[in-house]
Write a protein that binds this ligand. Structure first.
Ligand SMILES: C[S@@+](CC[C@H](N)C(=O)[O-])C[C@H]1O[C@@H](n2cnc3c(N)ncnc32)[C@H](O)[C@@H]1O
Length: 314
């Protein structure tokens, strides 16, 4: 439906996890915990024995199979309540499978319960629910103020300036922390460089600015646009690089990743500029042999963005 198959999301997941900026994530987590604590004051001493703090509540926009949860949940303290939103029924169906597999590999229990899943780590319970929703047509159905944090990853480059304005308005109105990770910033560097890289990159950039269901997408300009929109509304924002680096030391998964990036780049270039198809095919053939020789590496530039509620005017 969206063109993002679960196999591709699984392939990129370790590269995403390695690329993310730890400092922005730590500040996001502190803000989420603080907001949850303010919602969740301890009761009187007489009721303290039976008191269990309420779970932190998070919503992940365009969640795919749940990779954002798999990174952030182990970093957040205590019980958690996650809502994973996506419009693709196949990816939503894959969430339970991927989360179950991940929980088991970590030695945790995962069971179906309460209209979703519950992952029990022994120290904490993470309740996970999925919601199928088109974030273009039905975004306003999400009550962002009912969450302690909003996350999204590898999504903002698909959306338009108009949608980012909606997001900024709603984040600021809800005064909720936002962590938006892994948005492409346009840098794609192949090593060794070749003469045709520039044509491949130009075609890729044109393709990225197509309509992905939200109007003309911002592609590499998305983080700068959203940061400007949030700053103008009084949020406290920060960004940091979160680049994929894939080379011969990235193992078999790195090799698969390079092959996929080569093939995808050539396919996109052919689609955008069919007249140059032979050039792109030759480029891909050379790049594929470099992958098998362990001679190709690549960097794909991304940025992470954090937005925290601004101080209320005195
Ligand atoms: C690159 S994938 C990222 C998925 C996930 N966040 C991850 O990092 O693995 C982009 C996601 O955006 C979702 N998406 C695209 N358009 C959407 C829309 N209109 N409403 C909701 N989700 C959408 C896709 O289904 C896909 O899961």
């Amino acid at each position: 439906m969206s063109g993002f198959d679960a196999g591709w999301l699984a392939l990129r997941e370790p590269f995403d996890a390695a690329a993310r900026d730890g400092a922005l994530a730590a500040r996001f987590i502190a803000a989420v915990v603080d907001r949850a604590a303010r919602r969740n004051r301890a009761p009187s001493v007489s009721k303290l024995m039976s008191w269990r703090p309420q779970a932190c509540r998070l919503v992940d926009l365009a969640a795919g199979t749940g990779s954002n949860l798999r990174v952030l949940a182990p970093l957040l303290p205590g019980d958690q309540d996650w809502l994973l939103v996506d419009h693709d029924p196949e990816l939503i169906a894959a969430q339970a499978r991927e989360l179950g597999r991940w929980a088991t590999s970590c030695g945790w229990q995962c069971r179906a319960a309460e209209g979703g899943l519950v992952i029990d780590t022994g120290q904490a319970q993470w309740r996970v629910r999925a919601r199928r929703l088109d974030l273009q047509g039905a975004f306003d159905q999400l009550q962002l103020a009912s969450f302690d944090g909003v996350t999204t990853t590898a999504f903002l480059d698909l959306v338009s300036e108009a949608w980012l304005e909606r997001l900024a308005d709603r984040i600021v109105a809800a005064a909720v922390p936002l962590l938006a990770t892994l948005t492409v910033d346009g840098r794609r560097e192949w090593q060794p460089a070749s003469d045709d890289d520039r044509a491949i990159a130009a075609a890729f950039e044109r393709h990225q600015q197509g309509d992905k269901g939200f109007g003309v997408s911002l592609g590499a300009g998305a983080v700068a646009s959203l940061q400007a929109l949030l700053d103008a509304r009084g949020s406290m924002t920060g960004t940091a690089p979160a680049d994929w680096r894939v080379d011969r030391d990235s193992g078999a998964q790195g090799q698969d990743m390079l092959l996929r990036m080569v093939d995808e780049s050539a396919a996109v270039a052919r689609e955008v500029d069919p007249a140059a198809a032979v050039t792109f095919d030759e480029w891909a053939a050379r790049r594929r042999s470099q992958v098998s020789e362990g001679a190709l590496s690549m960097l794909v530039g991304h940025r992470d963005l954090l937005a925290l509620p601004g101080r209320p005017a005195a």
